[in-house]
Design a protein around this ligand. Structure first.
Ligand code: GAR
Length: 201
């Protein structure tokens, strides 16, 4: 499977995918890493792994459609099968030819604690302040609304009494490190079907 990865920050999700590939647990070829942020720490993981990478800054594109084109044209040129958002913090329109070919992982159980403004540490702070007893992660197909497309996989983790945002984030991230590769392996079987909001295999 040929993939592109969109990043914005630390790149720990990208690092996990590279490690899984290196360990023989993920049969993917990384064709491109595209960062929304030229100083994203995650770019170094692409560099170290010898993956072609570049930046596309939202502010350089006045219109949503030209920004979308700048993100997806390199993916088209590289003939990628899927685009994986990995800590990617920008809203980007999904072109028709990429419908159901863009995945995201969100560090909570969608439809809770998601949408615009819910990313990274803020998600875990919100879960703790709400008093939720469980959290987790969601792998979903991306549509044109934040954290909204059809849900593919979810993994649940407990919220412990003494959790800080950091301890909860670490437990959720461990679940993410299993769930995202699992979703990619399932896609690779060609058995995944999407009907409306329902994803089956
Ligand atoms: C992950 O927890 C991921 O679920 C979250 O960012 C973290 C990884 O960032 N993504 C979001 O919050 C997207 N809404 P990193 O890969 O840049 O280290």
């Amino acid at each position: 499977m040929k993939i592109a990865v969109f990043i914005s920050g630390g790149g720990t999700t990208l690092r996990n995918l590279i490690q899984q590939r290196d360990a023989g647990r993920l049969d993917v070829t990384f064709k491109r890493v595209i960062s929304s942020n030229p100083s994203a720490a995650g770019l170094r993981f692409a560099e170290q792994a010898g993956i072609s990478h570049h930046n596309v800054c939202r502010k350089d594109f006045p219109e949503a459609d030209t920004y979308s084109d700048a993100m997806f044209s390199p993916c088209r040129e590289a003939e990628v099968d899927y685009v994986l958002m990995a800590g990617f913090m920008r809203h980007v329109l999904i072109p028709d030819d990429f419908t159901h070919r863009v995945l995201n992982i969100h560090p909570a159980l969608i439809p809770s604690f998601c949408g615009q403004g819910f990313y990274g540490r803020r998600v875990h702070e919100a879960v703790l302040s709400y008093g939720a007893k469980v959290s987790g992660c969601t792998v979903h197909f991306v549509d044109n609304q934040y954290d909204h497309g059809p849900i593919f996989l979810q993994r649940v983790v407990p919220v412990e009494v003494n959790d800080s945002p950091e301890t909860l984030a670490s437990r959720v991230f461990a679940a993410e490190c299993e769930a995202y590769p699992e979703a990619i392996r399932l896609l690779d079987t060609g058995q995944v079907r999407i009907e409306g909001r329902h994803v089956t295999w």
